[in-house]
Design a protein around this ligand. Structure first.
Ligand SMILES: *Cc1c(COP(=O)(O)O)cnc(C)c1O
Length: 393
């Protein structure tokens, strides 16, 4: 069975009515025959049939045993951190998602959980920073926005040897391109807001555990803390998943075309895309994922925020917005948007230079997207020329 077929048929037909679409169970509670005697559902925070379908589907797609759906990607990350206790350490990828950085350093730091950030694209670094207190390794691969790749299999070996849980934020790749649990990770999280939902119309998060006991703990925190996904939004994510395979395939194809176009463009300094042979971790990306995804970043030769802002406000199809993974192409300027709270020198050192621009490739025709970029480059060049001429007179 091909992946696309498995993905589509992982979503069950309703056993009660034959409904081809998963029913939305909009209820808070379930009638019991006698105390504790029920049909597997008693209260909808604990379990809801629509949410359960989504949880079972994502567990199957990620090749895990237990899935859990949360109100946001950050709520999903939060549930994983709750596996730890005061005194434990997290070893995390250095250019981590900003919201995860804030959660670790501004919320969990208060409860005595510390975090060491390292460049995990070099496995040696992981080896060197592990301590007896390290209980969780946190990876994102590819990372945002510089698309660094970490070797999941190699890091899983280090984690196993030290009895540390390895969690991979698989938001950028999705289970269609990369399955971290198969490569040795213990947990996967998703911001389902992005590719799984796929239509920029909801906020949702998912956790999948490989081990049923770890999964039971995640389910415990989901119920005990209550950050659950609603039945309506669960249904929307399920519907998004139905087209995940075809979307990711098309978006990866278009992204490679756009990345190759950018690589040749005279106004571009550097292109970040794991599918390019010039990407420093191209070989690992090729080994652990079936394609390279829909996110492309690049910097300008004119490395100023001004030039980048001119560029991101000159496109027609690429809309200026945070977030990614939807049907409509988006672009953003991390230095003044997602990464503006990071101190300048630290931000630049992490590769997020003043002119860095991130593209999320949608489902428009790749040729139209390239034309849109050509126009934005021309407008940016013209603005620069006018400015230079004004300076001369
Ligand atoms: C967006 C995102 C998150 C957070 O997800 P929300 O659904 O916005 O809470 C976490 N990790 C990555 C990689 C993301 O892109």
């Amino acid at each position: 069975m091909s992946n696309a077929t498995q993905l589509i048929h992982s979503i069950p037909v309703d056993p009660l009515t034959g409904s081809l679409s998963v029913p939305i169970y909009q209820t808070s509670t379930f009638v019991q025959e006698a105390p504790g005697v029920n049909k597997g559902f008693d209260y909808a925070r604990t379990n809801n049939p629509t949410r359960k379908v989504l949880e079972d589907v994502i567990a199957e797609l990620e090749k895990g045993t237990v899935g859990a759906a949360f109100a946001s990607g950050l709520a999903a990350i939060d549930a994983v951190v709750k596996l730890l206790k005061s005194g434990d350490e997290i070893l995390a990828v250095d250019d981590i998602y900003g919201g995860a950085f804030r959660l670790f350093t501004q919320v969990y730091a208060k409860f005595g959980i510390t975090v060491n950030f390292v460049d995990t694209s070099n496995v040696e670094n992981v080896f060197n920073v592990v301590t007896p207190q390290t209980k969780l390794i946190w990876l994102e691969t590819p990372t945002n926005p510089t698309l660094k790749i970490s070797d999941i299999e190699a890091i899983a070996k280090v984690a196993k040897a030290h009895d540390i849980l390895l969690c991979v934020d698989n938001t950028f790749a999705s289970p269609v391109l990369q399955q971290p649990l198969v490569l040795g990770a213990d947990l996967v999280v998703h911001s389902a807001t992005k590719y799984l939902g796929g239509h920029s119309d909801l906020i949702a998060g998912l956790v999948v555990a490989k081990d049923p006991e770890v999964g039971a703990q995640i389910k415990f925190y989901q119920n005990a803390c209550g950050n659950i996904l609603s039945p309506n939004d669960s249904w929307l994510v399920i519907r998004g998943i139905e087209t995940l395979h075809i979307r990711l395939k098309q978006q990866s194809k278009s992204a490679l075309k756009v990345a190759r176009f950018l690589e040749e463009h005279p106004q571009v300094e550097k292109v970040f895309y794991p599918g390019l042979e010039s990407h420093p971790n191209h070989d690992i990306a090729k080994k652990q994922s079936s394609d390279f995804g829909g996110i492309v970043s690049f910097s300008l030769k004119e490395d100023t925020a001004e030039a980048a802002i001119k560029f991101v406000t000159s496109t027609k199809y690429f809309k200026l917005a945070e977030s990614l993974g939807g049907v409509k192409s988006l672009l953003s300027h991390p230095a003044t948007m997602t990464h503006k709270t990071i101190p300048v020198e630290k931000r630049r050192a992490a590769g997020v230079t003043d002119s860095l621009i991130r593209l999320s490739i949608g489902l428009e025709e790749a040729e139209d997207l390239v034309d849109d970029l050509v126009n934005a480059f021309n407008k940016t060049a013209t603005a620069t020329k006018i400015k230079e001429e004004a300076a001369l007179t």
